[in-house]
Design a protein around this ligand. Structure first.
Ligand code: FAD
Length: 431
């Protein structure tokens, strides 16, 4: 029996069978055959979710052969790709075509189906989540039927399946809204906690995309402001990029983390040193090379979306909790903002949101830190990222999502026999 493991190493699966379909027709055959054998079915992406959302003990459908861009429509400004295409691959093809996605998260290793299925998001812009940038999709439902959905075709499915948690079917292709490629300029600058918290509204209003990192146990923050400019791209030189993104963000950060793991009491001083070592920099490039960067230090993560207007207060409460807790937190807390969207189970569904993300090294026990913070953020009507660690269940998630029943009605229709169920989905969506 083969096994499958996610990026963080926290989730392991031992599927009874494995297949790697290359077409929608092969996915149909696989789903129908599994159903006859009473096996559940799951197609994971690249395993970048921290939860066991992609785990199966039934039939695992590898996404590796379901890849590539299949259609480009320059009139509608949309691009269609097979579900197992990675964001790296999509971004590279779009760049060759002179096109780009509007917004994205901070890595591009995920598959497009995996990323949208959990509501992967970036910060700012008109749309921050990838799900909200989906214009159409195709999936294979629990009975093996092929369902296409867009704003005009099966709109009830479209409303929910852009972020389907893998619970509605196997996505075979996704169509994204795209725009002509542009130059995105990033400006990164160290600031203090008070400087950032005191100017949050202005930072958000003055920039197309804005995020910041706060170094726990210190007053230090790093602000990243990304804006569209008309100038040609002016990327960092290869040496500076290597030093900043590989050496400092990955290699040195990895060593500092290992040291912090061995001697947790050193972490506040290490954070202070890391915060001080940050320097301002400005560069520009095509959007995906500014939005995303390599993340080689493996970690565990929880992220919550709270209503935008209570975000700063929630963050202050979290800081107070960390300050009095005695925990030693070596990873910066990442803060992003996201406009409301119209996807039923999106963490930003129907409300402007602020995202607060918490990380620990992959070997570190996260339980006390994450559950303490989770308690605070629940109090602010927080919604957990579907692909990141959390302890919520269907009973207490339902009230957080006004459109919960819409999702469940489509789930009952597309997968009445729960061919796509697993333990995580039973916990967060119910049986
Ligand atoms: C280093 C790192 C950085 C990250 N950065 C961000 C970020 O900036 N913003 C953010 O929001 N999140 C971020 N994430 C979280 C990540 O984007 C999500 O967890 C995403 O779901 C991972 O995509 P994946 O391809 O690895 O999917 P997986 O984790 O493998 O699967 C996720 C879900 O998608 C389903 N799925 C995959 N393919 C299909 C298909 N064809 N049909 C139906 N269901 C399918 C799976 O079954 C599963 O339910 C990050 C994670 C890591 C590890």
């Amino acid at each position: 029996m083969s096994s499958w493991q996610n990026w963080s190493g926290l989730a392991i699966a031992h599927p009874a069978q494995e297949l790697a379909p290359a077409t929608a027709a092969e996915v149909v055959d696989a789903v129908v055959a599994a159903r006859h054998q009473r096996l559940t079915v799951k197609m994971p992406g690249t395993g970048h979710s921290f939860t066991d959302i992609a785990v199966t003990d039934g039939l695992l459908l590898r996404p590796d052969r379901l890849r590539g861009v299949t259609a480009v429509d320059r009139d509608a400004m949309t691009v269609t790709a097979l579900a197992g295409t990675t964001l790296h691959e999509l971004n590279a093809t779009l760049e060759r075509l002179g096109l780009t996605l509007h917004n994205m998260g901070d890595i591009a290793d995920q598959t497009i189906a995996g990323a949208t299925s959990t509501g992967t998001h970036g910060t700012g812009g008109v749309k921050a989540s990838l799900s909200a940038q989906v214009a159409a999709l195709e999936l294979v439902a629990g009975d093996g039927s092929v369902v296409r959905a867009s704003a005009t075709e099966n709109p009830d499915v479209f409303a929910v399946a852009r972020l389907g948690l893998g619970a509605l079917g196997v996505l075979t292709s996704l169509t994204f809204e795209v725009e002509p490629v542009f130059t995105l300029e990033a400006q990164e600058s160290p600031r203090t906690w008070d400087q950032v918290l005191g100017t949050l509204d202005r930072l958000e209003a003055d920039n197309h995309h804005f995020e910041f990192y706060w170094f726990p146990h210190t007053d230090r923050c790093l602000v990243k402001e990304d804006n569209r400019v008309l100038d040609p791209t002016a990327p960092l030189g290869r040496v500076r990029r290597y030093v900043d993104d590989e050496l400092l963000s990955n290699t040195v950060f990895g060593l500092v983390n290992r040291l912090g793991n061995l001697r947790p009491a050193l972490i506040p001083r290490l954070n202070e040193l890391s915060g001080r070592a940050l320097s301002a920099r400005r560069y520009s490039d095509v959007p995906h090379r500014v939005f995303t960067s390599p993340r080689r230090v493996r970690f565990r993560e929880m992220e919550y979306a709270v209503p935008r207007e209570v975000g700063p207060q929630a963050l202050r409460d979290v800081r107070r909790l960390i300050d009095r807790s005695g925990w030693h937190i070596s990873f910066p807390v990442e803060v992003r903002v996201c406009p409301a969207d119209d996807v039923a189970l999106s963490t930003a569904s129907g409300r402007d949101s602020m995202y607060l993300a918490f990380h620990v090294n992959r070997q570190t026990d996260h339980a006390a830190y994450f559950s303490g913070v989770e308690d605070v953020l629940r109090g602010y009507d927080g919604r957990p990222h579907w692909g990141k660690l959390h302890t919520r269940t269907a009973t207490d998630l339902e009230p957080a999502y006004p459109r919960w029943a819409e999702f469940q009605a489509v789930r009952d229709r597309l997968d009445p026999d729960r061919v796509f169920a697993n333990a995580y989905l039973r916990r967060v969506l119910g049986d």
